[in-house]
Design a protein around this ligand. Structure first.
Ligand code: SF4
Ligand code: SF4
Length: 354
């Protein structure tokens, strides 16, 4: 692979390019088969909106959305049975999510491990994941709370997408990542052109500068290297860090709800005049009653125990069972916490113990 004069590698292999206007034309054509969602600016945040419903300021690049991607596949509240008969799978059009960031693709990988199991998987989740489309995109900026590189994630998608968009000049360099992505391009070939060297160079330059920006912020926070995280969390399981760092927690559960990898849920029944509905809602392991059993005992009846459990699950349990850390470095929990608890600080404190 050749090096250019800025020291960056660039590729001579033919790559595709789509102009911004053509991308929106492509999305328009998908509306018949998919529910299409695109990130758009909402004040200081970026949030997904249904494509084409209103005039929106769409943001394909920049950084991850305010809300986690799980909300499209695993609803916050969902009816799963009526009169004890399953309601699944839901029969709506599959989602096509545009502008999915690399950290959220890692989040989906964790949810796939949980919900796509052959025997006990969730039919609605499986349907949305297998029939849906993912049009991912490179980050062109990083939020103050981003620390993806510390979790082994680059700020650009490398796999698990159908097509990927990298903002360059007045459009996007396009990479195809699946058969579905290939078909999408083949069916709409007139909207694409060949990417030129300038487009590719611009993509590589952006990737390297965003990565350097995140790495600089990670270094300042002293987060232990990703390969040490499981060992550190396990070794200091009995340390005072858990009680010290959880002191400002108000048990709101926002960190769980906003997290792209948290997936615990609660089932409850609700009777109407004609039927009995069973609902599934997101649950939070930070809340006192989360682990309480029917006899009234609570194995995690202290706040610091619940706080420790959240870290133990992400950095020790998941690497053991799924060979992957259940944290993407998206930083959403930092932004959402009213107690200003910062996961980076907790990890740094654990990493500094001797
Ligand atoms: S968001 Fe913060 S205050 Fe709320 S439960 Fe999580 S750690 Fe506690
Ligand atoms: S724990 Fe925090 S930083 Fe990690 S994936 Fe969840 S919300 Fe993102």
């Amino acid at each position: 692979m050749p090096l250019d004069k800025t020291g960056l590698y660039f590729y001579f292999i033919a790559m595709l390019y789509i102009k911004r206007g053509n991308l929106f034309q492509l999305l328009e054509s998908l509306l018949g088969d998919y529910r299409v969602f695109v990130p758009s600016r909402k004040g200081d945040s970026i949030a997904f909106t249904a494509f084409g419903e209103t005039e929106e300021d769409y943001v394909i690049g920049e950084f991850r959305s305010f809300e986690p991607l799980k909300a499209f596949y695993f609803l916050g509240r969902e009816k799963v049975a009526v009169d004890f008969s399953p309601e699944n799978p839901r029969n709506d059009k599959p989602p096509c999510i545009v502008g999915v960031k690399s950290c959220d693709l890692k989040g989906l990988k964790i949810l796939d491990f949980v919900f796509m199991d052959d025997e006990s998987g969730d039919p609605t989740y499986i349907k949305a994941r297998t029939e849906g489309l993912i049009i991912s995109s490179d980050c062109t900026k990083a939020a103050e709370t981003c620390f993806c590189t510390a979790m082994g994630v680059n700020p650009w998608p490398e796999k698990e997408y159908d097509i990927n968009l990298s903002e360059a000049d007045e459009g996007f360099v396009v990479e195809i990542g699946s058969d579905k992505g290939q078909k999408l391009v083949d069916d709409n070939l007139a909207l694409f052109e060949e990417a030129n060297e300038e487009n590719i160079r611009s993509r590589e330059f952006n990737r390297e500068s965003v990565k350097q920006h995140v790495e600089k912020s990670v270094r300042k926070k002293n987060i232990p290297p990703v390969e040490r995280l499981q060992r550190v969390v396990r070794k200091y399981y009995e340390s005072d860090v858990w009680s010290e760092e959880s002191v400002n927690c108000v048990e709101c559960g926002a960190c769980n709800v906003i997290c792209p990898t948290c997936h615990c849920f609660l089932l409850y029944d609700q009777k109407s005049e004609s039927s009995l509905g069973r609902y599934r809602i997101w649950d939070s392991c930070m809340i006192n009653d989360f682990a309480r059993v029917a006899g009234g005992e609570n194995p995690r009846n202290r706040l610091w125990m619940r706080f420790r459990n959240r870290f133990e699950k992400k950095f020790d349990y998941f690497p053991s069972v799924a060979d992957d850390i259940a944290c993407t470095g998206c930083g959403r929990c930092i932004a959402a916490c009213p107690g200003k608890i910062d996961i980076r600080q907790v990890l740094a404190k654990l990493g500094s113990l001797r």
